[in-house]
Design a protein around this ligand. Sequence first.
Ligand code: HPA
Length: 284
Amino acid sequence: MKSNISPQESSVPFKNIAERLCKKGIDVPDCSIILGSGLDHFTNAIQNPLIIPYGDIPSFPETAVDGHPGALYFGSIDNRKVLAWAGRFHYYEGYPFSQTLLPIQVAHTLGCRSMIVTNAAGGINDRFHVGDLMLIDELITLMVSLSPYNKPALQRYINDDIINGVIRLAANSGIPLNRGCYIYTKGPNYETKAEVRAFRLLGADAVGMSTAAELYEAHRLGMSTLGISLITNKATGVSKTILDHSEIKKAARMRKNDFVKLLSTIITDKNSPLSGNHTRYHPL
Ligand code: HPA
């Protein structure tokens, strides 16, 4: 299969990485998932996983952020093949987008056509509580360039049919799920109170330091794409307390069952908008 990414566009050998993973036993995934901070409990739902530490993948960067273990899991949930990235690379860690986007590009090169990107986020919307799940139905990127390519980026990654389908699916499965607008900030510092006030005026419901570029890239590659935030804390100023990374892990523990149930349902339910969008041939 011809890749949508030309060698000039990426200095990172994602095709070689995909080939190596194939040799290690990774087949065409039906769905790939990037797990945000503290959300790696999901890997327990994967049956008979093949686990590959990032350190064993040639040319792969290391993850250094607390709550990001750094391993790739490949296995099944029901009869669907799942490729889960427990650990992501952040732009704020100093990685260029050509590296932060590697999981998307490798999954796509393996023939995967559905991508779920998850994260921990701070709640700006007053209706949100710590532990709530939010489907990302809009993005604000403050016009920061989020692409490694010297081309205009897409203006919109959202597919309304996918969003509405997942909202229906969650309701039918009894999983509480909000929807809202995610605003990307580069980080690694948390926002100031004044910034959070401004973000609210702009229409943001939650704020975080990842995900936006990954969603753009997956969408650009033609994958069915979905973003899900776990509200791990109220954003600066919305909360009266000082933010602390340990809150993220606590909130993730609190909602781990619902998070796993939501993801598993999206991956396996026959009425899911993400089911059916996968190839059964090996493109490499
Ligand atoms: N701000 C930015 N990123 C985050 C936050 C936050 O409040 N919580 C978790 N990730």
